[in-house]
Write a protein that binds this ligand. Sequence first.
Ligand SMILES: [Zn+2]
Length: 172
Amino acid sequence: MTPRGHRISMEEKGQRATRSTDVYHTEATSKQAARCSRCKAIYWNKRWYLDEEQFSVTSRGVIRHSIVCPACQRMLDNNPAGIATFRGDYLIQHEDEILNTIKNTEKKSRMKNPLSRIMEVVQEGNVLTISTSDDKLAQKIGRDVFKAHSGDLQYLWSHEHNFVRVLWSRQQ
Ligand SMILES: [Zn+2]
């Protein structure tokens, strides 16, 4: 039962990667204040802000460093921290609702933690795969879909790499 395609090669990369979450954070946060050159997230005083709007306007002048934030770096490396898969006949019939649930979960999560993002959404046959830059987001997505649509939910952990695989399915 090994489907082929883009989705699987991405998962393999995620598993092979030797960079841990901590490495990502250390690289980005060696500066006291910085702005991500890709998504414009702002790092200041050990906290990430979504953008200048969320960050206090009065402090704007002090950011001179440009970096790539851990979430964008994960996208560049194609190295998700979590992968959630959704499958089953129920998914096909309710795909829009499920996708809406997933997007709402990301939106809420991103307001609290700007580095918590969906990296990619892949639809392949009757399997929907969501990769995330943050392992907690993959869990939240699974939990929210489970809450709204029941079904079966499983988490599989790889502690070594701070990587989580979330498996949801529902047949009818
Ligand atoms: Zn970024």
